[in-house]
Design a protein around this ligand. Structure first.
Ligand code: SAM
Ligand code: SF4
Length: 331
């Protein structure tokens, strides 16, 4: 059985939050006053997460991304990766991390079979890093990136773009130089509205504006992408020394080709990132409901995927106030 939604989009990409907690407090992800963490017993267990990934594997899901919160704060993360890569070799497994613990775990992650990591980094400036993450940990992240590259992980850097914070020529050039020096792609993500993150037109900057700023000192050459469902569009700088991606979730929504769903750390399936609707998978994983019915339940949830999310740039658009914060969804 394949998972196909009401608009004929085949679901092949699942992001699973394996840890709601985080060691950074990025202002666009976690509200100033924090969020209520889950009790340990509220979180999916090792065997529930694995069972779920097995189910997705049987449903022809190709890609699983482990996320959070911060996935590396989960104690059994290495064991989990080992089990997935050994028992389910068809799954393309990756992880999104803030990089703080990567220098500690990089080698173990690689040895466990992980091959790809996306590392979030919004600035290369120490003061700005502390302003945006509310923690003074840039050195740890830079060490983490170095370690990930050295052990052989395929690394991509993701930076959330924020107006008057990291959208100026100097900041963008620092990222491009970093990408060139380390031979890793840098991707700029448009800031999205979530409950508690105070999104508005004053802190939002579009990919197009970033490209214009970059072009004032660099040549940008569009690169072809093979994967239609990829959320990023790529450009190369002159002689393709740096690869620069743009994830334009706000200005150019990619709902039309969306093939992804999310599962929160307590096992709620969210068919759409920006839709309040959730389906509780845990009863099927812990024996309260018949496990044989989980695939039908997942398909029912997928039938509820929106054709497209609201236009965040519409005049009347109001950011959500009572949905989950991004940190509790899992990015
Ligand atoms: N802690 C890990 C990390 O930071 O990579 C994984 C979880 S984090 C929620 C996943 C991704 O979501 C990060 O790349 C982060 O920058 C992105 N993100 C969080 N809030 C966002 C927002 N409001 N708009 C765009 N991206 C956001
Ligand atoms: Fe933590 Fe990642 Fe959210 Fe930052 S973006 S607060 S690192 S979960």
């Amino acid at each position: 059985m394949n998972l196909v939604d009401a608009f004929n989009r085949k679901i092949q990409n699942v992001r699973i939050s394996i840890q709601d907690k985080c060691d950074l407090r990025c202002v666009y992800c976690m509200p100033e006053n924090g969020v209520k963490w889950l009790d340990k017993k509220e979180q999916l267990t090792f065997s529930e997460i694995f069972k779920l990934i097995e189910v997705f594997n049987d449903l022809d899901v190709k890609k699983i991304k482990l996320t959070g919160g911060e996935p590396l704060l989960r104690k059994d993360v290495i064991e989990l990766i080992k089990k997935i890569t050994i028992d389910l070799p068809k799954i393309e497994l990756s992880m999104t991390t803030n990089g703080v613990l990567l220098s500690k775990y990089g080698k173990q992650l690689f040895n466990a079979g992980l091959r790809r990591v996306n590392i979030s980094l919004d600035t290369l400036n120490h003061d700005k890093f502390e302003e945006i993450t509310r923690k003074n940990k840039l050195n740890q992240v830079l060490e983490g990136i170095k370690c990930a590259i050295e052990v052989g992980l395929e690394v991509k850097i993701n930076a959330v773009s924020i107006k008057n914070f990291n959208d100026d020529k100097k900041s963008l050039n620092e990222f491009i130089n970093f990408s060139e020096r380390n031979n890793i792609p840098i991707r700029f993500i448009e800031l999205m509205p979530f409950t508690g993150n105070k999104w508005n037109f004053d802190n939002y900057v579009s990919s197009e504006e970033l490209r214009e700023t970059i072009k004032s000192s660099n040549k940008l050459i569009p690169l072809k992408i093979a994967d239609k469902s990829s959320t990023a569009k790529y450009w190369g700088t002159e002689k393709n020394k740096a690869t620069v991606g743009f994830i334009s979730s706000v200005s150019e929504s990619f709902c039309e080709n969306c093939n992804r769903i999310r599962v929160t750390a307590e096992g709620k399936l969210r068919p759409c990132l920006h839709r309040h609707l959730e389906y509780d998978l845990r009863p099927y994983l812990n024996g309260q409901k018949r496990f044989e019915n989980i695939s039908k339940f997942i398909q029912m949830a997928i039938n509820e995927k929106w054709k497209e999310h609201p236009n965040f740039l519409a005049l009347r658009y109001k950011p959500p106030i009572d949905d989950r914060e991004m940190i509790r969804i899992g990015g």
